[in-house]
Design a protein around this ligand. Structure first.
Ligand SMILES: Nc1ncnc2c1ncn2[C@@H]1O[C@H](COP(=O)(O)OP(=O)(O)OP(=O)(O)O)[C@@H](O)[C@H]1O
Ligand SMILES: [Mg+2]
Length: 457
């Protein structure tokens, strides 16, 4: 298929990794000048890791019995390990988004995640990146029509905060370089469902620190910028103003952009006053839901039983929430007893109502900035693009409208999930639609031309 001339330029290929709080995603842009449907591909790293969805793999790392596990296996072991005081989750976002990244990286992992006390956050990130590198290489290897050598394309990562250049980029570059050496040393062992011994991991980490590889890191990409790029690339009716609302598990990121077609290539300029990062995201709804379930269920016989039930519920909270919003109810089972919550129970819950009110407040702040700017230049419409897993929440469009009402916006708003409206792309892979808002950050991050990136805040 690649024989036709002129030959595409594979040196322009780049891979963008989005390691989200809940799920990691990766996409490759083979050549930004190719038509989208052949030039940009989300990589089925979830298919390789054995996750629920082929394009999403859980961002999880777990230490058990002297071995380190990643992804779905780690999650499964954690579910079995609720009897012990163990936590499986490591939020890379906390590290990436920390005020002081160096300090966050130097911290030891909590004993509930790594009872052996072996790993610092930095080690965990390096090992997880090495694992992702193996997933990416395997996915590229198995994908049809991948040009040879593109597994060694430059790497980008999406970041919830924007810091142009400086020490942080250097710190991540160093970690990517160590991850590259670890990936070469441990190879497909990283993908083993049996995990890897801590001793092997430690050895690989030490050797990588002494002799790092080439992590091929090009740069970080600001997450909403990546989402806006995906939205503009795939829309069938582009608008000059786009506000991206990316609700993930850990954070909700809002940013707005003005698309300027008077330059070549067209520029995505950011309306900085609209930028916000809030913790009002999916995990917060999970916490509200868990509290509601536990209030309804009543106390266990002992505090230890309560703790155990809480750990186990935390691990299934995302599934319970999905059931609640798609089927109108969810049930928490504990032995013989099931506690059922209806969607109306959540809607009437004071904590959930507070959450919604705070979210409207947050949206209004960003919306005020973008609608004022749009109205000042006589724009007819502003796109409000819903991205991230939270875009599935049915109440979001209504919240955006409530926020618009509050700021007395007169410009028309087009509110909807980020979806590949591009007809060509749909023809290629219809299974993408549901998951597109979640993979959009990695897709857009791979696509976007870096000179267009927004300036540092
Ligand atoms: N159908 C659904 N209904 C409700 N929530 C959903 C649905 N599908 C996914 N989610 C939620 O979306 C979140 C995961 O989305 P996403 O993959 O965008 O997050 P992430 O990128 O890992 O997190 P972050 O960007 O905050 O680091 C979780 O909170 C999950 O429960
Ligand atoms: Mg995300």
């Amino acid at each position: 298929m690649w024989d036709s001339s002129p030959q595409p330029d594979w040196t322009r290929a780049r891979i963008c990794i989005d390691f989200g709080t809940a799920l990691s995603k990766a996409s490759i842009c083979l050549d930004p000048t190719l038509p989208l449907e052949v030039g940009v591909k989300p990589l089925p790293i979830g298919g390789i890791s054995g996750a629920e969805h082929p394009l999403l793999t859980p961002s999880v790392l777990y230490v058990d019995g002297g071995r380190l596990y990643f992804g779905p296996q780690a999650l499964e072991l954690a579910r079995r390990g609720v009897e012990t005081d163990r936590d499986p989750l490591l939020s890379f976002k906390t590290v990436l988004g920390a005020g002081n990244v160096q300090e966050a990286l130097a911290q030891k992992m909590p004993p509930s995640i790594d009872p052996t006390g072996t790993f610092k956050a930095r080690d965990a990130v390096a090992l997880y990146l090495a694992y992702l590198d193996q997933l990416i290489r395997e996915a590229i290897d198995l994908a049809p029509n991948m040009p040879p050598g593109v597994a060694n394309a430059r790497r980008r990562y999406t970041s919830p905060v924007w810091r142009a250049g400086g020490m942080v980029d250097l710190a991540f570059e160093a970690i990517f370089n160590e991850a590259a050496a670890i990936s070469i040393k441990l190879g497909r062992l990283l993908l083993s469902p049996e995990g890897i011994s801590i001793a092997q991991c430690k050895d690989a980490l030490d050797k990588a620190a002494a002799m790092p590889g080439d992590g091929l890191l090009e740069s970080g990409v600001f997450e909403p910028h990546a989402a806006a790029a995906a939205s503009l690339a795939f829309t069938s009716a582009p608008t000059r103003f786009v506000m991206v609302f990316d609700m993930g598990a850990g954070t909700t990121d809002i940013a707005a952009f003005e698309f300027d077609e008077s330059t070549d290539p067209p520029m995505l300029g950011e309306i900085k006053e609209a930028r916000q990062c809030s913790a009002l995201a999916g995990d917060e709804i999970d916490r509200i839901l868990i509290a509601l379930l536990f209030r309804k269920r009543g106390q266990e016989r002992s505090q230890a039983d309560d703790q155990r039930a809480l750990r186990s519920t935390r691990l299934s909270a995302r599934d319970l929430k999905r059931d609640l919003f798609t089927q109108g109810k969810c049930a928490l089972k504990n032995g013989w007893i099931a506690t059922t919550i209806k969607i109306s129970d959540l809607q009437e819950d004071p904590h959930f109502r507070q959450y919604l009110a705070a979210l409207v407040e947050t949206i209004a702040k960003s919306l005020a900035a973008v609608t004022q700017r749009a109205e000042s230049v006589g724009a007819e419409v502003v796109d409000v693009v819903l991205a991230g897993g939270g875009s599935h929440l049915p109440f979001l469009p209504e919240l955006v409208r409530a926020a618009a009402h509050r700021v007395r916006a007169t410009v028309r708003l087009r509110v909807g999930p980020l979806s590949p409206a591009n007809a060509l792309y749909q023809g290629v892979d219809t299974s993408l639609r549901g998951v597109f808002p979640q993979i959009a950050m990695s897709v857009g991050g791979a696509l976007v031309e870096m000179p267009d990136r927004p300036a540092a805040a």
